[in-house]
Design a protein around this ligand. Structure first.
Ligand code: ARG
Length: 464
């Protein structure tokens, strides 16, 4: 078989080596970017006087014919096609004849692959950001249906203070909002054109790189040709953005796995988003959530693995860089499923307010006791200590704080006063936290309005 680079070789490549170094198995999905890049390059060559208008049009027609073959599923990969770049050029030359051999003038696969991959990552950032926004909308809609619904808030997974469902749901919205910002930043990192760097030293032809960048939708051109062909920061940043997004989805998953257990029972997952057990008839398993939690490990692995690949590389292109694509593709594919699955699960799960209410009886109001004494002028440390004694007293009696009488409280400290029982309620605890970002209904509604605006939703809030 004939290689692009076969001229200086007398012998054939070992068959296993050919398989080992081929990337067509996975980089075939870059065909659109590869052809778009070549179309722009052919125009650039013509503008620089290196192709006649006729030759340019022949190449452009041929490239579009190859694109149509890929799009229609008619493209046949030949044994010598080691990657998408050689495959496109081989087929182009078959279709248009020897003029196809002019396309690679002043260009290398090194700047070509960097260009293709950047274009792909730019599009992937846009698509992922939209999928993230859809999951965020599922969270804002969940928050909207139960803004003021109280449930226990936890720290250390122990009862802490009451919060509202709106507040809880939005606590998972904001990490995703930052993920979207990160994806937009990765897109900007990627939107720098390497084409014109050629193999490493810069192309020897008078190509207008700035015009090329504009034609391809890049925002800038790379300032150094050696850096241009070795830089994969955009891929590493993409892997970080996706790993952290995965971590955020994993944390949400973990919380919903707990909330859907018999012990919590705060939510009930829809049948469409859970699975059963082959042996235990009562089981309804949160497999989707467990998979998302599990897959976050794989996303982290892609990032650390790829950073390890990069760390030993000297200047310019090394074949190690071919290892950039599979982790990036897999991260994008993983999240392209995980995000809509999460959105659907959130939209279909049922809330169980009665189960949440049953858990609000315990010690969650102890902070209210301390805050009450602070409002009466006691130093917080002293107030905290007295409230702690009330908690111990309630525990010794085996009753919730709210069951203690005013006399019992006064016996611990006269400072508690007869109005203490008024602050010892869930609504009072929630209402007190009206600081911006707090869990009071007014604050959560303001937060919700801002969240809905950020993901393009109207400000209509049903409440309940
Ligand atoms: N398939 C290669 C890759 O993905 C394309 C660049 C090859 N360049 C080279 N000099 N062998 O990295």
């Amino acid at each position: 078989m004939t290689k692009l680079w076969g001229g200086r070789f007398a012998g054939q490549t070992n068959a296993l080596v050919h398989r080992y170094q081929s990337s067509i198995g996975f980089d075939i999905r870059l065909y659109g970017e590869d052809i778009t890049g070549s179309v722009a390059w052919a125009r650039g060559l013509a503008d620089a006087g290196l192709l006649s208008a006729n030759e340019r049009d022949t190449l452009l027609g041929g490239l579009e014919a190859v694109r149509a073959e890929f799009a229609g599923g008619a493209f046949v990969v030949a044994p010598e096609d080691e990657d998408i770049h050689s495959a496109v050029e081989r087929r182009l030359t078959e279709l248009v004849g020897p003029v196809g051999g002019k396309l690679h003038t002043g260009r290398s696969r090194n700047d070509q692959v960097a260009t293709d991959f950047r274009l792909w990552v730019m599009r992937a950032c846009d698509q992922l950001a939209e999928a993230v926004a859809e999951t965020q909308r599922a969270l804002t809609d969940s928050a909207t249906t139960a803004v003021e619904l109280p449930l226990p808030g936890y720290t250390h997974l122990q009862h802490a203070q009451p919060v509202t469902w709106g507040h809880w749901a939005l606590s998972h919205f904001w990490p995703l909002e930052r993920d979207r910002a990160r994806l937009a930043a990765v897109r900007r990192t990627a939107a720098v054109l390497p084409l014109g760097a050629a193999a490493l030293a810069g192309t020897a032809f008078a190509i207008d790189r700035v015009a090329l960048a504009a034609r391809l939708g890049f925002e800038a051109i790379t300032p150094n040709s050696l850096d241009a062909v070795s830089d994969r920061d955009f891929a590493a940043e993409f892997l970080f953005a996706t790993a952290l997004l995965g971590v955020h989805l994993s944390r949400l998953s973990e919380q919903l796995i707990l909330f859907s257990s018999a012990e919590f029972g705060f939510v009930r997952l829809d049948d469409a988003y859970s699975t059963g057990s082959s042996i235990m008839p009562q089981k309804k398993n949160p497999d989707t959530l467990e998979l998302t939690r599990g897959k976050s490990g794989r996303l982290i692995g892609h990032l650390t693995g790829f950073l390890a690949t990069l760390k030993g590389l000297p200047s310019a292109y090394d074949k190690d860089l071919q290892e950039d694509k599979e982790p990036v593709f897999d991260a994008a594919d993983t999240l392209a499923l995980a995000l809509p699955v999460m959105a659907g699960l959130l939209r279909t799960m049922a809330l169980r307010p009665e189960r949440m209410a049953a858990q609000l009886e315990g010690g969650l109001l102890a902070t209210e006791l301390a805050d009450h004494l602070v409002r009466r002028g006691l130093p917080f440390r002293e107030a905290h200590h007295l409230a702690g004694r009330v908690v111990r007293h309630a525990e010794e009696r085996g009753v919730p704080l709210t069951a203690l009488s005013a006399a019992e409280l006064a016996a611990i400290s006269p400072q508690f006063g007869p109005d203490t029982t008024e602050v010892l309620t869930v609504p009072a605890a929630l209402a007190a936290r009206s600081v911006p970002g707090g869990t009071a209904a007014t604050a959560v509604r303001a937060q919700l309005a801002e969240a809905r605006r950020l993901v393009g939703q109207s400000d209509e809030q049903d409440g309940q």
